[in-house]
Ligand binder design. Structure first.
Ligand SMILES: [Zn+2]
Length: 342
């Protein structure tokens, strides 16, 4: 299924014929690449525009005496969030509070990265770990059943979507409770478009997005899930709803440069994770299930975006997606979750 030689792949990006809604022209170029043609200029303009917008936002938010932190960083310890946090602290001179979410599968190297980098940058850190019984129930259920809409699954696996849903919610709750006006995310340029890189959260939109994650999870762990989502008090604090920002959408992005920069902060590349994660030991297992279930890799959309937009070479992107998931990682997760077979 996941072998390139058995599958037709776009000759420009790396999307496979199994990707929902894909079509190819005579040159073997996919419909998504065809639509992108001629938009390079517009993308470069948008990047400039959003960078300016961010400076305006920082000016507008500059009343530091009203709060202890300027931005809450959703900090996974992976390379992208490490680099984003570095920019927020050193380039933009913001007072950062880091929040690391422990899903029970954070690699040891990642934990030491989290500690080293926050110390080196002089950043306060909160780590949050939901009880294992909850995490285990959610991941086990998600490995056997579908929980979310088709559109969601084009972008990420069911396990990843559940985990990120919790991360976003915990960050939002914390930002509202501590009156922090921005939440920083380390989305790569392929993961989220520049047009969403500066977004004010508002109660009605959040109610909808929370429902889309919370209701399916309620089926798995019943009312216990409420703890991790916003309650009526949070919704009544609309003036405290923060902006979401992901600066890498407009910043220069290059994997090698990022590795080089963050190494100076004491960050070490984990040797125990798969090619699409630099912190999570559950990712390979989640990817494997997704490929088996849907016939395409859950990271192929974002990696294809980066190849198409020229921030990653086609060969590099191809290598990330079209190789077997590491067997020992799949086995590790399967055993930890007590799952017989996938
Ligand atoms: Zn393509």
């Amino acid at each position: 299924m996941n072998k390139p030689n058995q599958q037709k792949i776009c000759s420009n990006c790396i999307l496979p014929e199994t990707f929902p809604g894909i079509r190819f022209n005579e040159e073997g170029v996919c419909i998504f690449c065809q639509r992108f043609q001629g938009k390079e200029e517009k993308l470069a303009q948008d990047k400039k525009k959003y960078e300016q917008k961010f400076h305006q936002l920082l000016n507008q938010l500059s009343q530091p005496s009203h709060r202890s932190y300027d931005v809450l960083m959703a900090y996974s310890g992976g390379k992208d969030s490490t680099y984003t946090m570095f920019l927020l602290k050193t380039k933009y001179k913001l007072r950062v509070l880091a929040l690391s979410f422990d899903n029970g599968f954070i690699s040891d190297t990642s934990w030491s990265n989290i500690k080293n980098v926050t110390d080196r940058l002089g950043i306060d850190l909160i780590s949050f770990k939901p009880k294992w019984s909850i995490l285990k129930s959610i991941f086990t259920y998600a490995s056997m059943h579908e929980l979310y809409s088709k559109k969601t699954l084009e972008r990420a696996s069911t396990i990843c979507t559940s985990c990120i849903g919790l991360v976003k919610s915990i960050c939002l709750k914390t930002a509202i409770e501590q009156n922090i006006p921005m939440i920083g995310f380390g989305w790569s340029p392929g993961q989220a478009p520049v047009q969403s890189s500066i977004m004010k959260n508002n109660p009605s939109l959040i109610k909808m997005t929370q429902k889309a994650i919370k209701e399916p999870l309620k089926k798995v762990v019943s009312d216990e899930i409420e703890t991790y989502f916003l309650n009526e008090w949070h919704y009544s604090q609309s003036e405290r709803f923060p902006y979401n920002v992901h600066p890498m959408a407009w910043e220069f992005y290059d994997e090698r440069m990022i590795h080089k920069e963050i190494k100076k902060l004491g960050w070490e590349a984990p040797k125990d994770t798969d090619t699409n994660s630099s912190n999570c030991l559950l990712n390979a297992f989640a990817n494997e299930i997704h490929v088996k279930r849907y016939g395409f890799h859950p990271y192929v959309w974002e990696i294809a975006n980066m190849v198409r937009e020229g921030v990653m070479s086609r060969e590099e992107g191809h290598n990330k997606i079209y190789q077997e998931q590491p067997e020992q990682l799949i086995e590790f997760a399967r055993q930890k979750l007590n799952i017989q077979e996938i």
